[in-house]
Design a protein around this ligand. Structure first.
Ligand code: RIB
Ligand code: CA
Length: 320
């Protein structure tokens, strides 16, 4: 639902595309972007958020605040093979013919406020108006709930890129990366009583952007499209190697798009829980979308996507 938003992200490549979409969408007022460990160490995540914001035209930049550097219980596990050692497709190593970095380290400073406190203070300031879009592990969100559950229930809703319901996982046969990286945090969010929308692999794997489309816009000289081409090159190569497709899944941008236009997806109410102890199933989103017999719904799960409408929105807002 359009309105005020905080974007919580473990800025990796698709997170960066989600930041561009959010910042280029007038329906959303981006109060802040908060960083959390996940795809890449927190220091890289914070730098990547700021580098991505620098790609956009100058103008009002949102507050950027640092969050949790490690999961609640599980060990850290990064996704360097997909997002690069810098978490941004290795664009921090790109130099021009004079040896000058194409994407230099940012000048904008992070907020001195911790992400958890910023989320709580924003929820206080905008009761029932603020949507939290979480596109990384849910560590920051869980820490805020643990710190003050009542204040967090002042959020309008949390839109979560995460989970795999009627499809396989991407870090195990049953688990999706964001939930798997911090399953204990995800279960705390499931138990919070805050309205939740899951944007799982079931729909994000339909949100496929062809590399040819990226190249076409980059060829037209758009700085944003050039950045998208540069930061997704490795991400696309991963998809080509592992899925035999010439493009990439827009997991995180879809979660932002659901905040912009919820008519892009079909949602079903469901009880969702997270496996936190299983040897084989840790990080699995446990839910039965076909039956309400397992408990009162605590979330709505996206089960279908208007793919063409989403890709058109992404192209118009980010690439053009
Ligand atoms: O499973 C996809 C999710 O894991 C995305 O948020 C991607 O950025 C990674 O964090
Ligand atoms: Ca992410």
């Amino acid at each position: 639902m359009p309105g005020r938003v905080i974007l919580d992200t473990d800025t990796g490549v698709d997170d960066a595309l989600a930041i561009l979409l959010a910042m280029r969408s007038p329906e959303l007022g981006i109060d802040a972007i908060t960083g959390v460990c996940g795809n890449t160490p927190l220091d890289h995540c914070m730098r990547n958020i700021l580098i991505t914001l620098d790609v956009l035209d100058a103008g009002q930049k949102p507050v950027v605040a640092r969050g949790e550097a490690r999961p609640l219980v599980r060990e850290l596990s990064f996704a360097g093979d997909i997002h690069g050692d810098d978490g941004l497709g290795e664009v921090t190593r790109l130099v021009d013919s004079e040896g000058t970095r194409v994407y230099p380290d940012p000048v904008q400073l992070e907020s001195p406020i911790h992400a958890v406190d910023l989320i709580l203070e924003s929820a206080d300031r905008h009761p029932d108006e603020l949507t939290l879009v979480a596109v990384g592990p849910l560590t920051n969100v869980a820490r805020a709930i643990m710190k003050d559950p009542e204040r967090m229930r002042g959020l309008r809703e949390i839109i979560i890129m995460g989970g795999a319901f009627e499809t396989g996982g991407n870090v195990s046969p049953v688990a999706e990366f964001n939930i798997h990286a911090d399953p204990h945090a995800a279960q705390i969010v499931c138990d919070s009583g805050i309205p939740l929308v899951f944007v799982p692999l079931d729909v994000t794997r339909q949100a496929f952007l062809d590399a040819g489309t990226i190249g076409r816009y980059a060829g037209e000289g758009s700085a944003r499209a050039t950045f998208v081409r540069d930061c997704t090159a490795r991400y696309v190569a991963f998809h080509r190697r592992n899925r035999g497709v010439n493009g990439c899944f827009l997991h995180d941008p879809l979660a932002v798009a659901v905040a912009i236009r919820e008519d892009l997806v079909t949602k079903v109410p469901a009880r969702v829980d997270v496996e936190t102890a299983g040897d084989l199933t840790s990080g699995m989103t446990v839910s039965d979308l076909r039956s309400a017999r397992w408990g009162e719904p605590n979330a709505r799960v996206c089960t279908a996507l208007d793919v063409q409408a989403f890709i058109r929105l992404f192209e118009e807002r980010v690439l053009a």
